[in-house]
Design a protein around this ligand. Structure first.
Ligand SMILES: [Zn+2]
Ligand SMILES: [Zn+2]
Length: 183
């Protein structure tokens, strides 16, 4: 079965996770479940940046990957970074199996605006589908409406749909078909 397991990374609003779990299958045609335990993000905290190193989080997720896991997506509420960038919304292993996203910079409050749960849920969904797309070996898409379009700010995330464009969808389907044949 194709399955996405959601892994809470430390403390996280449960309703956000439940919404995401319900929405992912509508965008990617896979089943989705929330894991009953969480991963502590603390070991990936770097005091000099006051942020969490997302690549280290991906490394620490490896032992949690089980054979029946199709993809493992960690969801955080902390500020993520990789050394060459100021911050990232998320990071994925190209070709899988692990990805991580954070709601930290997806909240309207982060930009001095009023909280908006609907906007936050949509952004989290788009970021999650985007990172899961990378785990299917998808690269960034030129179509700004495609969920695989690159985004350096939340405004760009808001412009995207939460689904793959025709071209990305057929690429993803040919890759998963190949993977199934090999298995
Ligand atoms: Zn990307
Ligand atoms: Zn696309």
């Amino acid at each position: 079965m194709k399955l996405v397991h959601l892994l809470p990374l430390g403390k996280l609003d449960v309703s956000l996770l439940r919404d995401l779990c319900g929405a992912i299958p509508r965008c990617l045609h896979v089943a989705c479940e929330i894991l009953p335990f969480e991963l502590d993000p603390t070991p990936s905290y770097h005091a000099e940046r006051q942020q969490y190193h997302s690549s280290e989080i991906l490394q620490r997720m490896q032992p949690l990957v089980r054979t029946q896991d199709w993809r493992l997506l960690a969801v955080a509420d902390v500020d993520l970074y990789i050394p060459i960038l100021k911050y990232v919304f998320g990071e994925a292993q190209m070709g899988g199996p692990c990805a991580v996203v954070s709601v930290h910079r997806l909240r309207q409050e982060f930009y001095g605006l009023d909280p908006d749960d609907a906007v936050l849920s949509q952004r989290l969904l788009k970021e999650s589908v985007h990172e899961l797309g990378h785990t299917l070996d998808l690269r960034h898409c030129q179509d700004y409406r495609c969920v695989m379009a690159s985004s350096h700010s939340v405004e760009w995330i808001d412009l995207r749909e939460s689904t793959l464009c025709e071209s990305c969808r057929s690429q993803a389907e040919s890759k998963t078909a190949l993977a199934e044949k090999r298995a």
